[in-house]
Design a protein around this ligand. Structure first.
Ligand code: FES
Ligand SMILES: [Fe+2]
Length: 368
């Protein structure tokens, strides 16, 4: 449970005698090899590989080749000629050039180093330097991971899935529309993000530029329960600020609005927040945190709404993006992973959902 970073090795390097140049060269090579090495606190846990993570928008993969990192593993994503999304290690089987630096031509991924080309299901289909009759070696094909497209996003599982992609039945309901957002990288741990998305006590303090109401800081008693579609969390009512910037989202022009809400988690790092206004308008937000490594995370959110579709999607999401930005600014100031050991953090009753998530998350990491 500790971190080795470039700075640690760099300091060791600086303390070497400059006269010992051979030794210095060896250490320097060693440094190049290990400079980026991070001993993970959770992201190298093998259990995590058996879950689905959203890594990119569908559009990003449609427009060419995309490089991503999931649980410390570098990935390349592209669409093959059948339209299927392919996810594979971002390492060419020939000489390990990053495939994400290549190009997609007619559904074939072409490596930028020697032009080896990969088609359907990651199969190597061309080795330009070889006689066309030369059989392609088995090890020349890409070792693909499972990939799927759902809710406008590309999902990847590095292992054998033990749970499905979270089910949002409103996606198939024609009364609802879905609104997607870009996948951004936050310099924050997915553990801290999940903790934050389950927490309502920070609303009056962090969301002062949006819906936070400084007059209402006390959190009512929280009773945790199973919520629909495999989520676990709580239901609550809030009176939220409804500034002009929120009116298109809330569909109301009053100074504040009453919301019936639910917030729940789905392991490992998904949080769903549902909002129902007195008008019957429902606004569902799926908050998706995907660990790049322990302390960097892809974040995106998807919205479903049963409104009359008169307000443009861009205008509807503007307010939620402002809220997300307030969270990002706060979370990027908190270094490291959320401590998991019992007694490491002071808790109060409003931290009940996060405490429940941590317990289940730890059980998931250590099933025996
Ligand atoms: S490294 Fe990719 S073709 Fe040689
Ligand atoms: Fe927040």
């Amino acid at each position: 449970m500790y971190r080795v970073d470039g700075a640690f090795f760099a300091n060791s390097h600086a303390s070497l005698s400059k006269t010992d140049s051979r030794h210095e060269l060896i250490i320097s090579l060693h440094l190049q090899q290990y400079e980026d090495v991070v001993l993970a606190e959770f992201s190298d846990n093998l259990q995590l590989r058996n879950y689905w993570y959203s890594v990119a928008t569908e559009v990003e993969v449609t427009n060419g080749v995309t490089g991503r990192q999931l649980l410390g593993e570098k990935l390349v994503l592209y669409r093959d000629s059948s339209g299927k999304v392919i996810a594979a290690p971002d390492r060419c089987p020939h000489r390990e050039a990053p495939l994400s630096l290549g190009k997609v031509q007619d559904g074939t991924l072409v490596c930028c180093y020697h032009g080896w080309s990969f088609g359907e299901n990651g199969k190597c289909v061309l080795i330009p330097s070889a006689d066309p009759d030369f059989p392609i070696p088995k090890s020349g094909h890409l070792a693909c991971y499972q990939a799927d497209v759902r809710y406008g996003l590309v999902w990847v599982c590095l292992g054998d899935p033990v749970a499905g992609i979270p089910d949002i039945p409103q996606d198939a309901d024609e009364n609802f529309r879905r609104i997607n957002n870009p996948v951004d990288a936050w310099a924050a741990s997915a553990t801290r993000m999940t903790d934050n998305f389950l927490d309502i006590a920070h609303f009056p303090w962090v969301h002062t530029g949006t819906f936070g109401n400084r007059q209402r800081t006390e959190v009512q008693k929280i009773d945790l329960k199973d919520l629909p579609n495999g989520f676990h969390g709580y239901e609550y009512d809030v009176v939220a600020e409804n500034p002009p910037a929120a009116e298109l989202t809330s569909g109301q022009g009053t100074g504040d609005v009453s919301r019936s809400m639910s917030t729940g988690f789905y392991l490992p790092f998904t949080v769903r927040s549902t909002i129902e206004y007195g008008t019957g308008l429902q606004h569902i937000i799926l908050l998706l945190s995907t660990p790049i490594d322990d302390v960097n995370t892809y974040f995106t959110f998807v919205i479903w709404r049963n409104d009359d579709f008169r307000v443009s999607s861009e205008d509807v999401v503007l307010f939620d993006r402002m809220i997300g930005e307030e969270d990002r600014v706060m979370l990027e100031k908190i270094p490291g992973v959320l401590p998991m050991e019992r007694g490491a953090l002071a808790n109060t009753q409003s931290d009940k959902p996060s405490t429940a998530w941590r317990m289940k998350f730890l059980q998931m990491l250590n099933p025996d």
